[in-house]
Design a protein around this ligand. Structure first.
Ligand code: GLN
Length: 540
């Protein structure tokens, strides 16, 4: 596309990290989308990993997977859920990817003997990726770009330099810089402090970037006098200083930004042709509904990263959305699978209404997860297994119902005789793989008269994957003989996608990750079914 038609909003942060600038970026996207504009989002991550795929969830929280199979930062999940859109691999740019591209080109001699430097070679590659991102979907009106980390970090300097150059290339009216800072409250003197914001903006301007709006994150609303002060000291218009106070429900941020007319400001600055206001009534209604919820149910989440809840962010969000359908809050009992191995399951699960075993990798804690599944199956507790959760359900049933005591996945024991879950490269005939993992969206056909069909109410679905191992279909008949129903499969390869155990009232597990597609106003049917079943346990 002709560059003169491209419009970018750049979202930066200062003072501290974890300010929630991803949420602000997503909320602005929501407002602009509701004014009829097509939005694309990009997250720039300054770390040197190529993607977060190989990072420990303890470092980085969950790995979010896009439709086209990119393993990305969890902020992309916020964008997808809040804006209600689906993003692509162009949405995730890391320093690792940028440097790798430049160095590969250098080795191929594509720079014709030039000295390769941060400016212009790295910055050009960053800009290229932003322009490619803008064009990725073909209909983008505005692209929102968030820069990870805080202004002044060594790693993020090339990103700031690239966006500075972009204002010169695209023009003032086609670029909007939105800087997020923290406004602390001092208990002792009872006042809020704007000095860190002033310093952070000074840091930003020293990189050649003058913000067009400043978003002040604080516990309470920042008063008008303080906002005026920030405007004066930081050289922005009064109405461009926005207060982003802490909220209970993140969607409220969108409404608070709208109240302060941040979207109007952007529309005016960028001369955008769109609706006069963003329709947000359904959001208002949802928030009101959530605030009135009085009852809750208890779901046990069994995993090995339970100390960092962000490691299961999309699963938690999906559970919440399903709870809203029935006016229920979800209390989570966090069960460390490794600890569970040596604990009494009766004690741990005594007050839970449902058990969920989400995805995971590696040996640690596996037997604890199998123990949780056994408990759910034997005590008829509603059970939902996701990805690894499905593989382990089959292993549990193989061991305890069929009688293959050594049943396992070759991921955990390559020598075992009963390789229920296995890596079989020829199992992928007919589909394209991203590397050695099945990544991104694949078709699934659902068999009628099954629980899966009752939940999805259709035969053809597409769901996102992120795994290397698969169910070994040589064992299919053994499972069917003990009552397991294979209710979903990939039509191209016949790989197993969904299993259920109808002897229990609700026991279902899938090879894919439904949590990546659940939306606040459109919760995923598997989660809705699970919460519905768990609610019935509570009533009994
Ligand atoms: N470790 C399993 C595999 O690679 C499951 C992965 C997951 O749960 N995402 O197949």
């Amino acid at each position: 596309m002709d560059k003169s038609k491209m419009k970018f909003i750049f979202v930066t942060g200062g003072v501290v990290s974890s300010l929630g600038k991803g949420i602000s970026a997503a909320c602005i996207g929501r407002l602009l989308k509701r004014r009829g504009l097509h939005i694309f989002s990009i997250k720039l991550d300054p770390y040197l990993n190529i993607d977060p795929g190989t990072m420990s969830p303890y470092q980085h929280g969950e790995v979010f997977v896009t439709k086209d199979g990119a393993e990305t930062d969890l902020d992309l999940g916020h964008y997808e859920r809040i804006i209600n859109t689906s993003l692509t691999k162009e949405s995730s740019v890391t320093s690792g990817k940028v440097y790798q591209t430049v160095l590969d080109k250098e080795r191929k001699g594509e720079y014709l003997g030039a000295t390769i430097q941060i400016i212009p070679h790295i910055t050009n590659e960053i800009k290229k990726r932003l322009y490619d991102g803008f064009n990725a979907k073909g209909d983008t009106d505005v692209c929102i770009v968030e820069i990870g980390g805080t202004v002044g970090d060594i790693e993020s300097l090339p990103f700031f330099e690239a966006i500075r150059q972009m204002r010169r290339e695209l023009g003032y009216e086609n670029t909007f810089f939105m800087h997020n800072t923290l406004v602390p409250y001092l208990e002792t003197s009872g006042e809020i402090k704007t000095k860190p914001t002033q310093h952070s903006v000074k840091e930003l301007t020293s990189l050649g970037i003058q913000p067009d709006a400043i978003l002040l994150r604080s516990k309470n609303l920042v008063d008008k006098a303080s906002r005026k002060k920030v405007a004066l000291f930081c050289n922005v218009d009064d109405e461009a200083v926005i207060s982003v106070k802490d909220v209970d429900i993140i969607y409220e941020v969108a409404l608070n930004l709208q109240k302060q007319h941040l979207d109007d400001l952007i529309v005016k600055h960028m001369n955008l042709k769109c609706e006069d206001t963003a329709y947000m009534d359904d959001y208002v209604k949802l928030i009101r509904k959530i605030k009135n919820i009085k009852k809750s149910i208890n779901i046990a989440l069994v995993g090995k990263y339970v100390k960092l809840h962000d490691a299961y962010l999309s699963v938690l969000e999906s559970l919440k959305y399903a709870g809203y359908v029935y006016d229920l809050n979800i209390d989570i009992t966090w069960v460390d699978s490794e600890v569970l191995e040596s604990e009494d399951a009766n004690e741990i699960f005594k007050n839970v209404d449902g058990i969920i075993v989400p995805g995971g990798f590696g040996n640690r804690g596996i037997e604890g997860k199998i123990k949780a599944i056994k408990y759910a199956r034997e005590h008829n507790i509603p059970f939902l297994g996701l990805c690894l959760g499905m593989q382990l359900s089959l292993i549990e049933i193989a061991r305890d119902v069929i009688g293959y005591k050594d049943a396992n996945s070759t991921e955990f024991n390559p020598e075992t005789t009963h390789k229920i879950i296995d890596y079989l490269p020829n199992q992928y005939k007919g589909i394209k793989l991203g590397g050695t993992m099945r990544l991104g969206e694949y078709d699934c056909k659902i068999i009628k008269n099954t629980l899966a069909y009752a939940l999805y109410k259709k035969e053809d679905i597409r769901e996102r994957h992120r795994h290397r191992y698969e169910f070994n279909s040589e064992y299919k008949k053994d499972f069917e003989d003990v009552g397991v129903v294979f209710s979903g499969f990939n039509p191209q390869t016949k790989l197993c996608e969904i299993i259920e155990y109808p002897k229990n009232s609700f026991f279902i597990a899938c090879q894919f990750h439904p949590e990546f597609q659940s939306r606040p106003l459109n919760p995923h049917p598997l989660f809705v079914g699970f919460i519905d079943a768990a609610k019935k346990v509570k009533l009994n």
